[in-house]
Design a protein around this ligand. Structure first.
Ligand code: ATR
Length: 277
């Protein structure tokens, strides 16, 4: 019998996950279908119970439900619980278990560049939900230092205080981080600044960027944000948000099927979808 999978969000029409996962189900001959579900905030509980009743194999969760879904699940793994957000749910014999593959997806995406996290000094720009998933996941890997730069300094400081893994960290203003940018091996931009339609914006100036640094984005629309374009012109290595998106999906697919899927094929699928938009 065909297994049901899906993604719950609002809005959900532009999600690239259904085409990406359905392509994998057909590639691996799995009799399953992945659908986008538009779910309003006050109907999240019913949607989750409905999927449970229908015997769905699992589902993804996206904005705005990543945190509010937690009380409706039967179990949440340790990392997702510390992040306070779930993006992947697995139905294990009727029990709904929540995971967070966003931060791990980011980390896996870095493997392609053979980055040695433990020897890195890292700067995270932003202190929102995406920053939290990436910061906690990276902190668990014990790099030398992870600083957080944010427009609202108190939010950066609060994030550092809430991190459950011991790590050397400083909260910085965006200007302070800009002036010390040369110190960092890895810089991760996690805000929406630079995303369509605000493509001329960037969160920090790159005057002091070290050309040996790797600058990463979580944005993939546009594929090259202003900060990546400038970093590239300085000679730094850059990485857009496609890797994180594809790897978070790959890790979810692995949790549902036991198969770690073909990353290259997923990337081509997503780039094809973006090109068609
Ligand atoms: P998400 O969950 O997608 O990460 P969020 O929780 O709304 O989104 O967080 C957005 C991040 O982008 C925050 O770090 C926010 O900074 P503040 O904490 O100061 O609000 C940052 N951000 C959004 N718009 C910004 C802007 N115009 N300039 C600087 N930072 C901005």
């Amino acid at each position: 019998m065909k297994k049901l999978f899906g993604v719950l969000g609002n809005p959900i029409g532009h999600s690239m996950s259904p085409v990406m996962h359905n392509d994998l189900f057909s590639l691996y001959n799995i009799d399953a279908e992945y659908l986008p579900f538009l779910v309003k905030e006050d109907e999240l509980r019913d949607a989750v119970n409905g999927l449970r009743a229908l015997g769905a194999g699992g589902f993804n969760v996206t904005i705005p439900h990543k945190s509010s879904i937690i009380p409706f699940l039967d179990e949440v793994d340790e990392l997702a619980a510390s992040i306070g957000a779930v993006n992947t749910v697995v139905n294990k014999d009727g029990k709904l278990i929540g995971y967070n593959t966003d931060g791990l997806g980011f980390l896996k995406g870095l493997d392609a560049y053979k980055t040695k996290i433990q020897s890195q000094k890292i700067l995270v720009i932003g202190a929102g939900g995406a920053a939290r998933a990436i910061y906690f996941t990276l902190a668990k890997e014990k790099p030398i230092q992870i600083d957080i730069a944010n427009r609202t300094l108190e939010k950066a400081v609060q994030l550092i205080e809430e991190c459950p893994y011991s790590i050397s960290s400083r909260g910085l203003t965006l200007n302070h981080a800009s002036s010390e940018l040369g110190e960092y091996d890895l810089i991760i931009q996690t805000t929406m600044i630079g995303m369509e339609p605000n493509i001329t914006e960037q969160p920090i100036t790159l005057e002091y960027l070290n050309e040996n640094s790797l600058v990463c984005e979580i944005i993939y629309n546009p594929l090259e944000t202003r900060i990546l374009r400038e970093a590239k012109s300085i000679g730094a290595t850059v990485q857009n948000g496609i890797d994180m998106f594809v790897y978070q999906g790959a890790l979810a697919f692995e949790k549902w099927t036991g198969i770690f899927p073909d990353i290259q094929r997923m990337k081509e699928n997503v780039l094809g979808q973006l090109g068609g938009k």
